[in-house]
Design a binder for this molecule. Sequence first.
Ligand code: HEC
Length: 114
Amino acid sequence: MRYARIFLLVALSVAFAAQAFAAPDESQLDRGHRVYQKWCYPCHGPGADKPGTASLAARGQKPAVLEDRTDLTPAAIKIFVRHGVLYMPTFRKTEISDADLDAIAAYLTRNNKK
Ligand code: HEC
């Protein structure tokens, strides 16, 4: 009986450890890229058919594609995402968590001069 419990404990710890190691090792930038592709690319990808890109291009913003910018700050990105602008919607935390938003901000500022 005692051994059965110990065995169970060991088996459970091995199972948990295996799960932890099996979890995908996704870096912050990969995560940011993935979340960006899902929520932002449809409007901010390259091309005149993307409304966010078209709007920024019409405003004279160069480059108009967010992924090519080096002047955005994490703070500004987070404000736009949580509050929206023009017809860009606000994104709730149930859609884009704070951790996902941190990842998007890290991704979009990856080429900024440090
Ligand atoms: C439904 C389309 C749409 C979606 C989806 C969208 N945006 Fe936007 N976004 C816009 C529009 C339109 C603007 C305003 C462009 C302008 O000022 O002319 C904008 C502006 C911005 C700006 C401000 C850029 C600047 O220089 O003023 C940021 C930053 C931004 N979006 C980030 C994001 C991020 C990050 C996501 C994904 C979480 C996202 N947007 C999703 C349409 C969208």
